[in-house]
Design a protein around this ligand. Structure first.
Ligand code: GLA
Length: 679
């Protein structure tokens, strides 16, 4: 018997999304509605199924009590709804164990955050084997999931599939970052995913470690999604009185396709996640692909001159500036020794950053503060600080190991790397925070043998504390989150950052696909996109692709021809003129690179619009239908970012541009266009 609508019915809503819960006659929490997916009827399943007491499918929570009993009997003991926060408190009375399930609705942003926490007063520690951040019944219609997968330099490929009976797990087990093979987010759609049609649910875990999303189509047909930290190798020993809280799962739902859903997520990220999301980002020159490890002060200073000549605002000095006993001349040594390499930079970072300032450039510096090369002074002094397992040969990735952030001494050291550098060099206003490996041997010399399985969780929690301390103490310093490219693009790390480096792949042809994938969850303001010579594509094509994100360059500007320099100078000035539209605007995906030789996207902001069109293959022609315009307004369209003068095309109404399209002549491979519309 389910209670009547008026009593014991709780609704959580934001935007098009409404989720409703009721209790049954045994006070068990039951979900009875999930907009677009589950109709208004409860199927009798527990809303947050626990393992071991009747539930034989994937559990949302799995706990072993102090006495060894591996089951839960959770009943609603209280519900609090205040403003937009709802908390269901569930208790297992036989065990004095409490589970709180939180829902925070952000109606203005059309997003819901969910998370949970567990605590107990048992005689001794319990073992939390799994605790999800969310568990929902998504009804029994045909559902598709779209994941964003790949590998280093090949991130965020979109793969869609239909859910069939059984369980589909999308996860990562990387420990110190969420992503290399799969981004920590997912889209569920009723029918195949469409931009402007259909029920779409997007979810993203704010966690920079191992995660797990499972979709189980149960025998009677309904699909349950469970999302949270990956329980794999992460049992948590919880003492009486301690609280285990999960990271937030962020959900956005829409019943008119995915376009609106990603716009809502972009607003949410700009306002509630990113640091300084309301502030325009700088253009920058990075030296990585220009010099790799091979540079000296004279070379960097000459790049300052080049950056300034082109109109760049910031210079980012990448890897290779440190290491004394083990100079960082390659990726084989030096990580951990954050003293300037005096052979390369005899006058130190201070002198260099002052020179940048004298040239009128802001200065940024690369760090990889969680890592150590065995060939380093740090490893010689503290071999026990590296994550490792007894009796196993150290497994290196990129010749390096990860520092054990579960150890407070190591936390202090890691914080001090950034803190010392930023305190001693007040001219550093930008940091690229890298993390170039994941865990393969998760063992800690510091943690007791009972708590080895805490490592992956304690690591990420400690990392966030360090990032938070850095942000609090150095609020003016902008952070780029990098991790061998896009390994830390999750909403957890982004809370401490200004942007992400989506991929080490900078060939613009591949970047079009990668940026397209990221565009579902990451707004352009946070998407660093640099012009490089990778692939040797036409310079205009490179700029046109990079200008749809946060524009930078990563090339030896000294070696550009005068003609290329002129083009770059003009393009950077053009970008400064449109960056408000790109960085603050609403994204409209027009033509997918997955579907044809031409792809296109545009941004609209306060009566202005900027359109980008790229031919990745063969010859393409035909009008380009625009979106997001006011039908009755007349827009003047001009083509910008040309080698010569901007080209005034014509005036069209918004309606014409959206229904008939913008006439575009045939585009051959690597031809691209940028159009600006003023209303
Ligand atoms: C990683 C980053 C690159 C660069 C190198 C430096 O691969 O993704 O952008 O910073 O490290 O070693």
């Amino acid at each position: 018997m389910l209670p009547s609508e008026t009593e014991n019915l709780w609704t959580i809503s934001a935007g098009d999304l409404s989720i409703q819960f009721v209790t049954d006659e045994n006070q068990r929490l039951i979900q009875r509605l999930f907009s677009g997916f589950q109709a208004e009827e409860a199927n009798g399943q527990p809303a947050f199924p626990g393992a071991g007491n009747g539930w034989v499918f994937e559990p949302a929570v799995d706990i072993i009590h102090a006495d060894g009993n591996a089951s839960l009997d959770l009943r609603v003991a209280g519900v609090e709804q205040a403003e937009n926060l709802t908390c269901f408190t569930l208790r297992d009375d036989q065990y004095e164990l409490t589970l709180d399930i939180f829902f925070k609705a952000l109606p203005q942003l059309k997003v819901i955050e969910t998370w949970t926490q567990v605590s107990h007063k048992e005689a001794s520690a319990i073992r939390v084997q799994a605790l999800a951040s969310a568990s929902f019944d998504l009804g029994s219609d045909e559902l598709y999931i779209t994941q964003f997968c790949g590998d280093w330099a090949n991130e965020a490929n979109m793969v869609e599939e239909k859910l069939t009976p059984g369980i589909k797990v999308l996860d990562s087990k990387l420990g110190v970052r969420a992503h290399q093979f799969r981004a920590p987010w997912i889209i569920v759609s009723k029918g195949t995913l469409k931009e402007h049609e259909g029920s779409v649910l997007a979810g993203s875990l704010a966690w920079s470690g191992s995660y797990k999303f499972s979709f189980e189509k149960l025998p009677e047909g309904s699909i349950r999604v469970i999302a949270g930290i990956n329980p794999f190798g992460s049992t948590y020993v919880l003492e009486p009185g301690e609280i285990f809280e999960t990271p937030k799962m962020v959900w956005a739902y829409g019943n008119r396709g995915v376009a609106e859903v990603s716009q809502n997520l972009h607003n949410y990220v700009r306002r509630n996640v990113l640091r300084d999301g309301h502030r325009l980002r700088n253009t920058l020159l990075n030296n990585w692909e220009a010099t790799f490890f091979d540079f000296d002060e004279a070379k960097i200073v000459s790049l300052f001159q080049g950056a300034k000549d082109l109109g760049m605002e910031l210079f980012l000095l990448d890897d290779g500036w440190f290491g004394q006993k083990f100079p960082r001349d390659s990726d084989t040594q030096g990580l951990g020794d954050w003293q300037t390499d005096s052979a390369k930079l005899p006058n130190g970072i201070r002198a260099l950053s002052t020179k940048a300032k004298e040239k009128g450039l802001k200065f940024g510096l690369w760090f990889e503060p969680e890592m150590v090369n065995p060939k380093s002074k740090l490893f010689e002094d503290h071999p026990d600080w590296a994550i490792q397992q007894p009796k196993r040969e150290l497994e290196l990735q990129r010749n390096q190991l990860t520092l054990d952030l579960s150890n407070p001494e190591v936390q202090e050291f890691t914080f001090s790397i950034l803190d010392n550098a930023l305190t001693e060099n007040p001219e550093i206003v930008y940091v690229k925070w890298d993390c170039n490996r994941y865990l393969t041997q998760p063992g800690s010399v510091y943690l007791s043998k009972e708590k080895q399985s805490h490592l992956q969780i304690d690591y990420v929690r400690a990392l966030y504390k360090i990032m938070e301390r850095v942000a609090m103490k150095h609020p003016g310093v902008e952070i780029m989150m990098c991790s061998g490219g896009g390994g830390r693009v999750d909403y957890g790390a982004l809370r401490y950052a200004h942007e992400v480096w989506p991929s080490d792949m900078t060939d613009p042809v591949r970047r079009i696909f990668i940026q397209w994938g990221f565009s579902y969850f990451i707004p352009a303001i946070a998407m660093a996109a640099h012009v490089t010579r990778w692939g040797e594509r036409p310079l205009k094509f490179c700029f046109d692709v990079a200008m749809s994100g946060r524009l930078g360059m990563d090339a030896d500007v000294d070696s550009l021809s005068e003609g290329e320099k002129d083009f770059a100078r003009k393009a950077i000035a053009t970008y400064k003129g449109i960056r408000e539209v790109v960085q603050f605007g609403e994204l409209h995906r027009l033509e997918s690179p997955y579907e044809g030789a031409r792809s296109a996207l545009m941004y609209t902001h306060e009566g202005r619009a900027v359109v980008f069109a790229y031919a990745t293959e063969g010859n393409t022609a035909g009008p380009l239908k625009l979106k997001g315009l006011v039908p009755s307004h007349t827009y003047t369209v001009k083509e910008i970012n040309l080698a010569g003068e901007d080209k005034l095309l014509s005036s069209f109404t918004g309606d014409q541009l959206m229904t008939l399209g913008l006439p575009i002549s045939e585009m051959t491979q690597f031809v691209s266009h940028v159009f600006e519309l003023v209303g």
